[in-house]
Design a protein around this ligand. Structure first.
Ligand code: 9WN
Length: 428
């Protein structure tokens, strides 16, 4: 009996490692073969966090590979294109043309960014095996790059509020979240033919953003590309302050403080910056919804919708309204709706879609972040239940990209790397 109970986690771990092994290219892990054949920024951070328990050197390499593609202005790109992979993903490297830009230092990358989870991931990777980390001088090597990344956000993306704004929905990592609907509706429809959609060969169209959304994503991407990714535009067409992006930035500043202490460098500057980001997040707390919401940096308006992004600040030590947010996570809009995992969008919203990407389904990385917040606030049983459910739904269904939050049925692509990485962390 005992052996049978122990065999299940061992088998789950084996399956997760096996998938991550298949998605490993020798230098980095692709989010999923087929749909996402290059290196993605925040995916690699989650992969490193899961992998650190089993192969700390590979976890370090994952982050080092990503950071090697950092631009001279400090940005860590959303996508690092693998030149050996055929044009299966749109937009492709040629669309962005980064190799013609001096700041990209010859690398083929997207011009956009993704949530700044890297300093936090690097610190977690270090703590998993400090000896191997020190021997490889891992933190010494990544620390200057991580600092430069945060400097970029502060210098180029803070429009005066103390928060970093995303200039494209792809930068939030929650592409078609309802938080972006109103801002996207202000953009022109893209004239002419609809953009290429190779993604639809790998996932059901009903579970991906629509052609209409893709038209606007491409319009925005072209706009930014035509300015060579210059953030000096006084009137950008889209600039949104996302609660998860900024909460993860604060968490990463806290991790930079820990990293600085480990390296014998001054840590106060990072502690102060983390506190400043948390303070700047405060006006985004919505007392009625009990979650943080997004703010349109161009109009100053709050987007009063409850999404999983608005729960993420509760995962950050020192977040001011963490208690209220934890209550909201357990309430009818999220887990109190009877959901097995944390839905990406308010369960009581009339436009909830249980199968559509970031408009309802549960994702494993965000559920895992919320589980961490619940544990931090004493809800150990609920956090443990979420962990067990994540493992069961991931391993039993070939590591889906996302699932129906209520019945657990799989959606999106399969063989998705961060789903496996989260499983490894839950089982560690
Ligand atoms: C655009 C890779 C990425 C994730 C994002 C997720 C999805 C890309 C897409 O896949 O976005 O970056 O083509 O839809 O929304 O969070 O990083 O897994």
């Amino acid at each position: 009996m005992r052996a049978a109970r122990e065999a299940a986690p061992a088998a789950a771990r084996h399956a997760a490692l096996e998938l991550l092994g298949r998605n490993w290219t020798g230098t980095h892990t692709v989010p999923a073969a087929g749909l996402y054949p290059h290196q993605w920024s925040w995916d690699s951070a989650f992969v490193a966090v899961g992998l650190r328990h089993h192969d700390p050197v590979r976890a370090q390499t994952e982050l080092e590979t990503l950071l090697a593609a950092q631009w001279s202005d400090g940005r860590v790109p959303q996508i690092v294109y693998d030149p050996t992979v055929a044009d299966e993903y749109s937009p492709n490297a040629a669309f962005w043309g980064s190799t013609r830009l001096a700041a990209a230092r010859g690398r083929a990358t997207s011009l956009l960014v993704q949530p700044p989870v890297h300093a936090w991931a690097a610190w977690l990777v270090h703590t998993a095996d400090p000896e191997v980390s020190r021997r490889r001088r891992f933190l010494e090597r990544v620390h200057p790059r991580l600092r430069a990344w945060h400097e970029y956000l502060r210098r180029e993306r803070d429009r005066g509020s103390g928060l970093a704004a995303v200039v494209h929905p792809w930068e939030s990592g929650t592409d078609n979240s309802p938080l972006w609907d109103d801002a996207l509706a202000r953009l022109p429809e893209r004239p002419g033919a609809s953009p290429p959609r190779p993604d639809l060969a790998h996932a059901d169209a009903a579970e991906r953003p629509s052609d209409r959304e893709y038209g606007r994503y491409f319009w925005l991407a072209e706009h930014y590309r035509d300015r060579a990714g210059d953030d000096g535009d006084p009137e950008p067409p889209f600039a949104m302050e996302d609660p998860a992006f900024n909460a993860l930035w604060a968490l990463s500043e806290q991790a930079l403080a820990a990293t600085a202490r480990e390296l014998g460098l001054p840590a106060e500057e990072h502690e102060r910056r983390a506190a400043e980001i948390l303070a700047a997040l405060e006006p985004l707390f919505d007392p009625v919804l009990g979650v943080y919401v997004a703010r349109d940096a161009l109009t100053g308006e709050l987007v009063r919708r409850a999404t999983v992004s608005g729960l993420v600040p509760a995962a950050v030590p020192g977040a001011h309204h963490a208690g209220a947010v934890v209550a909201a996570a357990l309430g009818p809009r999220f887990l109190g709706s009877g959901a097995a995992l944390v839905p990406s969008y308010d369960a009581t919203a009339p436009d909830l879609d249980r199968a559509l990407y970031w408009r309802g389904p549960a994702w494993f990385n965000t559920t895992w972040l919320v589980a961490g917040a619940l544990r931090r606030h004493g809800h150990h049983d609920t956090a443990a239940r979420l962990g067990e459910t994540m493992v069961r739904l991931a391993v039993g269904q070939d590591f889906p990209e996302y699932v129906d939050a209520w019945d657990g049925s799989p959606h999106g692509t399969r063989g998705f790397s961060w789903t496996a990485a989260v499983v490894l962390d839950v089982l560690a």
